[in-house]
Design a protein around this ligand. Structure first.
Ligand code: SF4
Length: 392
């Protein structure tokens, strides 16, 4: 399929609008369809289950408002994402959701979800305990049992059981969407610089919010109308980290404005989210359990414990495969899983002489000039091929 550039631009603009204001999309979708929306907490609940139950699954995004009403609901040492969730709950922003699903174990997220439970009392919150110790012999059984409980809960919420056929259909639809997004990522790695880093993020972020069929249709138009634009001699960077939510577009733009191009990433609102498909044969619930376990091998997450796969190994492999010349690690301030894991990443990057830079982010306040000064120093070091130490 080929479309004219105007159609592609309009499709991209529609995705940008959703990424910019996910709540407005959810409200419009509910008005348009009469359906119900499920707020999904990152990073492991399979949206396929909610979609198979006839609802709109939406991965809840950090919003851009300064925190105010929710400030006293969580301690200051919670990460910016969880404090913003509490603020959204206190301000009534999350009232657009009819229920919530959570499948994660980060203690900060658990705290934020408790706030949601208290502040949005009319919407049920379902929590399922997926295994966190991925290499244990019982992990597969536990993952399967939890996925079954999610499917049953969704059926109770929908008022009718979620059928295997509906699940299989939702899995196929989501796989198609992920495959298409991975194609765009592959083109980016291969040298097509048609989209900026903020635009790449828009493609994934909007997929976390929109009806998947609708998103895929728009994404096809973007892809079909995408001019092949070879990248220039900008320094190639890989973005890593920023657990649970999307970095601010201004931050991504600031990095590229320094004379870099982001060629790949392992961000949740990026490569991590689209990394792994759900098997389309056999029992769909077992397939979702399999997806959960396999995804951590493809894109290891520091909130989970495993023995066979390491994030640092996957990171250097991905850096090599993308041709990146350096890494920018984006760390959410107070994100304990990432903070605890970072020394391993840093050690491995140093061993491989891969220049890297750590940038900490917060919900409020982005010191663009400071960030750009530090990114410029990284780029200068890469250009000069200087001794390769982490730059703090
Ligand atoms: S994993 Fe990190 S960013 Fe995500 S909710 Fe937990 S502390 Fe926050």
């Amino acid at each position: 399929m080929s479309v004219d550039p105007d159609t592609a631009r309009e499709a991209l603009a529609a995705l940008c609008a959703v990424a910019d204001d996910p709540d407005a999309y959810v409200v419009r979708w509910k008005e348009r369809t009469g359906g119900r929306a499920i707020g999904v907490f990152p990073m492991n609940f399979p949206s396929e289950i909610a979609a198979a139950g006839g609802a709109l699954p939406v991965v809840i995004q950090e919003n851009r408002e300064p925190d105010s009403l929710g400030r006293n609901l969580l301690a200051e040492f919670y990460c910016g994402y969880t404090r913003n969730l509490a603020d959204q709950a206190a301000k009534g922003t999350l009232d657009i959701y009819d229920a919530f699903f959570q499948a994660d174990h980060c203690t900060q997220l658990l705290g934020a979800v408790d706030v949601v439970r208290a502040e949005v009392p009319d919407a049920p919150v379902f929590f399922g305990q997926l295994p966190t110790s991925m290499s244990d012999s019982w992990a597969g059984e536990r993952a399967l049992a939890t996925m079954r409980s999610f499917v049953e809960e969704m059926g109770r919420f929908a008022g009718t059981p979620v059928t295997a056929a509906a699940l299989a259909d939702a899995i196929a639809v989501h796989n198609e969407n992920r495959r298409l997004l991975r194609e765009v990522y592959a083109a980016r790695r291969a040298g097509n610089a048609a989209l900026s880093s903020p635009e790449m993020q828009v493609l994934v972020k909007s997929s976390m919010v929109m009806d998947t069929r609708e998103h895929t249709a728009l994404l096809r138009e973007v892809v079909a109308g995408l001019a092949a634009r070879p990248r220039d001699d900008r320094v190639r960077l890989y973005l890593s980290g920023h657990l649970s939510h999307a970095p601010r577009p201004e931050l991504l733009a600031a990095i590229e404005e320094c004379g870099a191009i982001v060629v790949d990433d392992d961000l949740f609102t990026g490569g991590r989210h689209i990394s792994t498909d759900v098997p389309e044969d056999g029992d769909p619930v077992a397939a979702l359990a399999d997806w959960y376990l396999r995804r951590d091998a493809v894109a290891p997450c520091p909130t989970l414990v495993k023995h066979e796969t390491d994030w640092e190994e996957r990171l250097v492999e991905a850096v090599d495969a993308s041709g990146a010349e350096g890494v920018v690690v984006l760390m959410v301030r107070f994100c304990e899983p990432h903070m605890l894991y970072y020394p391993e990443l840093r050690k491995r990057l140093n061993e491989r002489d891969i220049p890297h830079l750590l940038i900490e982010t917060e919900h409020e306040g982005l010191p663009v000039e400071t960030v750009q000064t530090r990114v410029e120093a990284l780029l200068e070091r890469i250009r000069r091929n200087a001794p390769l130490e982490a730059i703090r």
